[in-house]
Design a protein around this ligand. Structure first.
Ligand code: SAM
Length: 122
């Protein structure tokens, strides 16, 4: 099974520069915890998670720049899910944006998708 077989394709992302409050609103509205951040040219620029929002609240950060992770760990569509799961385990993260060679986002794979596969729902 490859990443492309189980990744979530209807991804929600945000434009770089969007405020922390707006980022949190998108997460609440969409019921998601991981938001890829996209540059003006449409490439993956970073990721903000609900963990980062908690950090912003705790430390009173006001700029998304202070909480966005720029060095995003990604998966490729033809990668095996074992390889993707190992990356998540090793880095203590729970989702990987799936990107093409030009860093355009194709989907996202996380513990939710792997749970659905293991549970027989895919
Ligand atoms: N285990 C939790 C999780 O999966 O979100 C929390 C720990 S994790 C170290 C929290 C940090 O990981 C956040 O700052 C978040 O931006 C970052 N992060 C989440 N997914 C990432 C990814 N695919 N690549 C790089 N950093 C990521």
């Amino acid at each position: 099974v490859s990443v492309a077989d189980i990744m979530k394709k209807d991804i929600v992302s945000i434009q770089e520069g969007i405020s922390i409050e707006e980022t949190a609103r998108v997460m609440c509205r969409e019921g998601i915890t991981h938001l890829p951040v996209v540059s003006k040219s449409g490439e993956l620029a970073g990721i903000i998670t609900s963990w980062d929002i908690s950090k912003a609240v705790a430390l009173k950060y006001t700029s998304p720049e202070h909480i966005m992770t720029r060095e995003v760990i990604t998966a490729s569509p033809d990668e095996s899910i074992e390889s993707a799961a190992k990356k998540m385990q090793r880095k203590n993260i729970s989702a990987l944006p799936v990107v093409d060679a030009g860093r355009k986002i194709l989907g996202i794979i996380g513990s939710d998708e792997i749970n659905r596969l293991v549970g027989g729902y895919i």
